[in-house]
Write a protein that binds this ligand. Structure first.
Ligand SMILES: [Zn+2]
Length: 263
């Protein structure tokens, strides 16, 4: 699933192709907006908020999109063949470029002042200009009985983390994903780590949390379940976390990441 860094780069690529240019075509392939037409309007900007994308268009409109599990934006020179029609949810094109939203999880067209319907609930955005670490910590601490693994994925606490950054952040923090938030003395350290990891990767197409750019060496635990921990050599665990049917993959080292605080 795309996490904040991927969405951040998608916003930038959309910006390079669309910002300041007049749309020559828009094609909403979702029932609710099937008749919408933005042709003739200039695209002002696309910004990311956590995992959400907001494309603001002249005339006070916002196109809200979300990649969900497997969505992507594919950008190509105008007139090129688009991906197969059945996977496209939205096309925005100008005289030079076309952007095809493939398998998008959400597509909405709303007045700009209704953006909050989609992003108003979000906690501080890890890659936002207004990133606020203290506020993220405050929100995480609101439910002390929740496991830190679940709390980090709750976008109302802080926005942008998915299963990969969750696993890597908690490994580096040496905290079990199952430890309740209330049993963690220094939530600030975890939040700082998450921010640092994502910020360091926002310009990189391949994600690296170990500092090792070689293929297959980029992560500490994510993608390495059942293999030896890079720190202690013990077998890395894999499980599922969260209430059904929204449980999500969790990977951790039971030795390096104790469930109880050690000191
Ligand atoms: Zn270990």
């Amino acid at each position: 699933m795309p996490e904040g860094d991927v969405v951040y780069r998608a916003a930038r690529r959309l910006g390079l192709a669309l910002d300041g240019r007049v749309l020559t075509r828009s094609d909403f392939r979702v029932p609710r907006h099937a008749t919408a037409d933005l042709t003739g309007r200039t695209v002002l900007e696309t910004v990311s908020r956590g995992k959400h994308l907001l494309t603001r268009v002249e005339g006070g409109l916002t196109v809200h999109t979300h990649l969900r599990m497997e969505g992507s934006w594919q950008i190509s020179p105008a007139g090129r063949r688009l991906p197969p029609g059945d996977v496209i949810r939205l096309v925005l094109a100008n005289a030079e470029w076309q952007a095809a939203g493939v398998r998008l999880g959400m597509v909405d067209l709303v007045p700009v002042n209704e953006e909050t319907r989609f992003v108003g609930h979000l906690g501080p955005d890890l890659l936002g200009a207004d990133w606020d670490e203290a506020e993220a910590v405050r929100r995480l601490a609101r439910k002390p009985e929740t496991s830190i693994g679940e709390a980090l994925l709750d976008q109302r606490n802080l926005a942008g983390i998915g299963t990969i950054y969750r696993a890597e952040t908690l490994f580096l923090a040496k905290v079990s994903p199952w430890r309740p938030v209330g049993m963690i003395e220094d939530l600030g350290t975890i939040v700082t780590l998450a921010h640092r990891l994502m910020d360091a990767n926002k310009e990189r197409p391949s994600r690296v949390t170990t500092g090792d750019l070689r293929p297959g060496r980029g992560t500490w635990v994510y993608g390495r379940a059942g293999r030896p921990c890079l720190r202690c050599g013990r077998r890395i665990s894999r499980g599922e976390m969260g209430a059904q049917p929204q449980e999500r993959l969790i990977i951790w080292c039971g030795h390096c990441q104790p469930e109880e605080p050690t000191d």
